[in-house]
Design a protein. Structure first.
Length: 587
C-alpha cells in the first residue's frame, strides 16, 4: 500500500528523531535506561493512531527519569510526560483530558430551571424520543445518540421548539464539525420544523437558525486560540452540536470550556461511526461514563431502515459481528443473513423504492497485469444520470436554470474509498471517473488546467478569506460575467459562487471521497471500495460509516479478506477520559 507505507516511514523517522532529541540536554539531565526510547516511541505512535495515552507500569514510567512527572505532582514539576493511574501521556493530552473532565463535571452539576412539559403530552410518541425531551427539559448536559433514521434531528426540532416557547428571547446556536455536516443539519432541521404538528410552536426566528462549523462558532481563525473560551463564554442559552462522533479531544475541550453556566449543551451523534481523525473518541467515551447515565439517551427505532430493510440489516450485522469464526464461515453467514455476492449493475434511482445492496468480490490477487477497467466502468454506472443532466446543462439556452438540478443529481451518488493511493484509492478512482466523464461529454478540448464543467471539488482546509470550510463541496460551471465566459464553482451549502482561479491549488476533485471525509454527508446511493491494499486500515466503524451514508442503495466492491476485516475489527481508542470524568464528578 504505497501511501500507507510512505506515511508509516515518515512517521517512524519523525518519532525516532523526536525521541533522541528529547532525551538530550537541556530537556533531560539523567542517564536513561535502554528501554527509555522504546517507551517514548510507544507513546508517540499511540498518538499517531488517535490514542491519548498508553498503558504502562510505574516501573516503565520510571525509566523516563526527569522526563516524566506523576499526575499528583504536576503543579510542582514540569515534564513532557505524565504518569496517571497506569496511563502514560504526553503532557498536552493529559492536560486536555483533565480539562475536559472538569468541564463535563461542571455541566453535569449545573442546576438549571426545568421546563414544564405538561402542555406537550403528544409532541413525541417514541419512548426514547420522549426521554430525550424530558432530559433536556431539566439538565444542562445532554447526549442524544442513535443510528441512521432514529430521529435525532426530528427529536431535536421538537426540543428546541419547546425550549423556544418556554424561554422568551432564548439564544440558540447550532453547529457541526464540518461545513457539509452543518448544511445537512440545516436541511434536516428545516424539514422537521415544517411539520404541521409544530405549526403553533415554531417561530420565524427558529426557521432562520443557521448551523455553522464548530470552528466558526468558537471563533477559531488561522491561529489555534478561540475567540470564545472559559473566560469569555459563548453568548447562547442552548448550544447544539451535531455529528458529535467527529469531536476530537482538543476541539471537544475547547467547545465545552466555552459553554456558559446555566446554558444547555446538546450533543447529537452516532457513537458507532468513525471516531475523530485526531486524538480522542470523545462521544464514545462519554457513552461509557456511569456517572453520566442520566445525561444520555440512545434512540433505537429507525424510520429510515424499516424492518427487513437491507441496509439496516447490514448495519446491524456489522455492529453485532464478532471475530470468532473462519473467514469463509463469516462470508457465508453474511450471504445468508444480508445479501449474497453477485455483480455490480446499474440501478435506476426512484423517489419511492426499496433499499438495495450489491456486493461484488474482487479477484483474490490483483497482479500488475490485472485489467481493472471493467471495475472502473462498473463504479461509473452510478454517475450516468450526472452525465445526462450535464448534457442538458451544456445544451440549454438558459443553462443557469439547470444548476440546481445538476447539484441535486450529483448528490444522488458518491464513491467512497478507504485509502488515497493505489489502484482503488481515492486519487486513481477520481482520475478514472474524470476521464470517463470528459469522454462522454466531449469536454477534453474545453478543459482549462484542472477545470471543466461538472468538476466537483472539495476544500481540504478552512479558508477564512473565501469563507469556505474544510469539507465544503462545490461544482464547476461556465458562467458569463461582463461579457466574459469563465469557470466558477458553486458551493450549494453556502449558496455561494467562487471564481475557480481564486480557489487554492490543494482543492481536490470529489467524485470519490474517503470514508472519513464522507462523515456528515448523505447520498441516495453510495459505492464502497475496499481493496486488498486497504485491509490493515479497515474496521467495523469504517464500514458502518460508509454504508450508512446511503439512503437507498449501497454497492460494495471488495476484496474478500478486506471485507472480513471490515466486518470484524473494532477500533477502541485508549484514553483516561472515563476515569477522569468519574473522579471529577464524584470529587
Amino acid at each position: 500500500m504505497e501511501n500507507k507505507q510512505y506515511k508509516d516511514d515518515q512517521s517512524a523517522a519523525w518519532i525516532s528523531t523526536w525521541s533522541r532529541f528529547i532525551r538530550q540536554q537541556p530537556f533531560s539531565h539523567a542517564p536513561h535506561h535502554e528501554n527509555t526510547s522504546d517507551i517514548i516511541e510507544q507513546v508517540l505512535q499511540a498518538v499517531q493512531h488517535g490514542d491519548s495515552c498508553i498503558f504502562a507500569t510505574r516501573q516503565q514510567a520510571d525509566t523516563l527519569h526527569d522526563l516524566v512527572v506523576l499526575a499528583d505532582n504536576v503543579e510542582q514539576k514540569i515534564a513532557p510526560f505524565v504518569f496517571d493511574q497506569q496511563h502514560l501521556y504526553l503532557y498536552r493530552y493529559w492536560a486536555m483530558e483533565q480539562s475536559l473532565a472538569q468541564q463535563v463535571a461542571r455541566l453535569k452539576q449545573q442546576t438549571i430551571a426545568a421546563v414544564d412539559l405538561a402542555a406537550y403530552p403528544d409532541l413525541l410518541t417514541d419512548e426514547y424520543q420522549v426521554q430525550a425531551l424530558s432530559m433536556v427539559a431539566k439538565q444542562a448536559l445532554n447526549i442524544i445518540t442513535g443510528g441512521p433514521g432514529t430521529g435525532k434531528t426530528y427529536t431535536l426540532a421538537r426540543i428546541i421548539a419547546v425550549l423556544n416557547q418556554a424561554m422568551p428571547n432564548i439564544r440558540i446556536a447550532m453547529a457541526a464539525p464540518t461545513g457539509k455536516a452543518a448544511q445537512r443539519m440545516k436541511e434536516a432541521l428545516q424539514n422537521s420544523l415544517n411539520d404541521e404538528k409544530l405549526h403553533d410552536l415554531v417561530t420565524d426566528e427558529l426557521k432562520q437558525l443557521n448551523p455553522i462549523t464548530i470552528h466558526r462558532l468558537l471563533g477559531l481563525g488561522t491561529g489555534s486560540q478561540p475567540r470564545f473560551h472559559a473566560k469569555q463564554p459563548l453568548p447562547y442559552d442552548v448550544i447544539v452540536v451535531d455529528e458529535a462522533s467527529m469531536l476530537d479531544l482538543s476541539l471537544a475541550n475547547m467547545l465545552l470550556s466555552a459553554v456558559p453556566d446555566q446554558a444547555r449543551l446538546i450533543l447529537l451523534g452516532d457513537a458507532d461511526q468513525l471516531a475523530a481523525v485526531d486524538v480522542g473518541a470523545v462521544l464514545a467515551d462519554l457513552q461509557q461514563v456511569p456517572a453520566l447515565a442520566e445525561n444520555r439517551v440512545h434512540l433505537v427505532n429507525s424510520r429510515r431502515f424499516e424492518a427487513g430493510a437491507l441496509i439496516g440489516k447490514m448495519a446491524q450485522f456489522i455492529q453485532t459481528q464478532q471475530a470468532v469464526q473462519t473467514s469463509a464461515a463469516l462470508l457465508e453467514q453474511f450471504a445468508q443473513q444480508v445479501i449474497a455476492p453477485s455483480e455490480i449493475e446499474e440501478i435506476n434511482l426512484q423517489a419511492e423504492m426499496q433499499d438495495q445492496i450489491q456486493l461484488e468480490y474482487l479477484p483474490a490477487q490483483l497482479s500488475g497485469q490485472f485489467d481493472r477497467t471493467a471495475y472502473y466502468d462498473k463504479l461509473m454506472l452510478g454517475y450516468q444520470p450526472y452525465i445526462e443532466v450535464l448534457k442538458s446543462y451544456l445544451t440549454a439556452d438558459e443553462p443557469e436554470l439547470w444548476v440546481k438540478q445538476v447539484v441535486k443529481i450529483f448528490d444522488d451518488y458518491r464513491i467512497l474509498a478507504a485509502i488515497r493511493q493505489g489502484a482503488f484509492g481515492l486519487s486513481q478512482l477520481n482520475q478514472q471517473v474524470e476521464q470517463r466523464l470528459l469522454e462522454a461529454l466531449s469536454l477534453q478540448m474545453s478543459k482549462q488546467g484542472d477545470w471543466y464543467v461538472g468538476r466537483p471539488v472539495m476544500m481540504t482546509y478552512n479558508d477564512y478569506q473565501l469563507g469556505l470550510s474544510n469539507g465544503d463541496i462545490g461544482i464547476c460551471f461556465k458562467r458569463n460575467r461582463d461579457g466574459q465566459s469563465q469557470f466558477e464553482v458553486y458551493f450549494p451549502s453556502l449558496e455561494k459562487w467562487v471564481l475557480a482561479t481564486r480557489l487554492p491549488k490543494s482543492i481536490e476533485t470529489a467524485f470519490v471521497l474517503t470514508i472519513h471525509k464522507s462523515q456528515g454527508s448523505e447520498f441516495t446511493h453510495t459505492a464502497v471500495v475496499l481493496d486488498e491494499a486497504a485491509k490493515n486500515l479497515l474496521s467495523k466503524e469504517l464500514l458502518y460509516t460508509a454504508i450508512t451514508r446511503a439512503k437507498k442503495v449501497v454497492s460494495v466492491l471488495a476484496d474478500q479478506e478486506a471485507f472480513v476485516q471490515a466486518l470484524t475489527i473494532k477500533t477502541i481508542r485508549k484514553s483516561g477520559v472515563l476515569d477522569k470524568i468519574n473522579n471529577s464528578i464524584n470529587y
